[in-house]
Design a protein. Structure first.
Length: 422
């Protein structure tokens, strides 16, 4: 083989090796480019589906890029209308003014102020919490929304930009508000519990002391008249103590839903006459007259007779306590064709307007010198609501008070229970 042939072979071999190496290098570059493109696609996919809005904006608040459309499964808008931050997020003020930044309220927007300040200082900010009112896509509904906004300042090719990350924290804020309300309720319940214990210790101890004390005096009494006087005091305090225990027991059972109401058919007028007989005896030798406005014509009801008696008894007891002279009226009447209205009124001292809403709360006593636990009206209201009504009050100082409630003639327990739960 001649030297020329050898040289040609060497040159061809070198050319082949060079081309092979070049091909390998190009393949690596292609693979590297494909890998980078795949990584960019993955990153874009993550950003487009992350559970937060990201917005790349310029110093004029114009949105240059965002995951808003993909996150809300909306078609991506290419070109056309320029959208700023408020336009994109459907801020109510931006929509009303036609453009973000043009509404008079925009000057007060803390998000806009923070972004402007960050651009001015070429700095970033984190976790700005704000409340917004957003308009729905069809612009028919305004929704309150709580957001947390962070902004990262960027300088790209000499131009100022900022990446905003917007988190919807409405559910978190609502949960925090509910926790705050529950905490307040818990604190209030603890205070009420303490007040209850203090009140109960006094209310239980007073009749017990009277029972024990007068029982001892009764044993050593020298005359029958004296013994009878002590026996009357003991009986009165026995009744007071029993009423206290019954009120506590009934209220706890009704509120926990462990008590069953027994519904029967009865004449409301007979119920009034029964109460008239009981309370006229209690008002003997008193300057207060009990007027019973029962009707001859029957007013038939299907309801919880004993619970209605319990409520009316509570109202009559209160009327007796706060009426020194005059009259107490007890009545009922048909209201329309399907309801019965019960009324207890007195000519007593009356209740101030500012105190009238309080008296239905448990353990509230407007006059601490008066006997009672402050549970009677709470229990009465609870019973009436469970029977489909509402206990109402109309009162004027030094003119008296009128308590009334309207009940269906025929109670439908399943409907009433659903309403109470609701």
């Amino acid at each position: 083989m001649s030297s020329l042939a050898i040289i040609v072979i060497i040159v061809l071999l070198a050319a082949f090796i060079y081309m092979w190496a070049k091909c390998q290098s190009l393949q690596k570059e292609v693979h590297s480019k494909e890998n980078k493109e795949n990584e960019l696609k993955k990153l874009a996919l993550v950003l487009q589906n992350i559970n937060a809005y990201f917005l790349l904006i310029d110093k004029d608040f114009v949105v240059c890029d965002t995951n808003y459309y993909s996150l809300n499964r909306l078609p991506i808008q290419v070109g056309g209308v320029t959208k700023r931050v408020g336009d994109l997020l459907h801020c109510r003020n931006a929509i009303a003014a036609g453009e973000c930044g043009q509404h008079e309220q925009c000057k007060l927007c803390c998000i806009r102020a923070s972004i402007g300040k960050a651009f001015y200082k070429k700095a970033s900010f984190k976790n700005l919490e704000a409340s917004m009112k957003l308009l729905s896509e069809d612009e028919t509904k305004v929704t309150p929304c709580d957001v947390s906004v962070s902004g990262t300042y960027l300088n790209i090719h000499g131009e100022d930009y900022m990446v905003l990350t917007v988190y919807d924290v409405t559910e978190l804020k609502n949960a925090q508000r509910l926790l705050s309300i529950e905490r307040e309720h818990s604190i209030s319940a603890d205070k009420l519990k303490s007040a209850f214990i203090a009140n109960m210790s006094h209310e239980v101890r007073t009749p017990l002391n009277a029972i024990v004390g007068f029982s001892g005096l009764m044993v050593s009494a020298s005359s029958e008249e004296e013994r009878k006087m002590y026996a009357d005091v003991i009986a009165e305090n026995n009744e007071r103590l029993l009423r206290l225990v019954n009120d506590i027991f009934d209220l706890s059972q009704i509120e926990s839903g462990t008590v069953d109401f027994v519904y029967t058919e009865f004449d409301a007028n007979d119920l009034l006459r029964e109460l008239e007989g009981i309370f006229k005896t209690k008002l003997n030798n008193s300057s207060v007259e009990l007027v019973c406005e029962a009707h001859i014509q029957p007013i038939m009801m299907y309801s919880e007779r004993e619970r209605i008696i319990q409520v009316l008894s509570n109202l009559l007891h209160n009327a007796m306590k706060f009426t020194e002279s005059g009259e107490i009226r007890l009545g009922c009447s048909l209201k329309g064709t399907e309801e019965v209205c019960f009324v207890v009124s007195d000519t007593g001292i009356g209740i101030p307007k500012e105190e009238q809403k309080k008296i239905f709360s448990r353990f509230i006593k407007l006059d601490r010198e008066m006997q009672g636990t402050g549970l009677g009206l709470t229990l009465s209201q609870t019973i009436i609501q469970n029977l489909g009504g509402n206990l109402e009050l109309d009162s004027e100082i030094n003119r008296g008070s009128t308590f009334s409630f309207v009940l269906p003639q025929v109670v439908k327990p399943e409907l009433i229970k659903a309403q109470v739960i609701k």
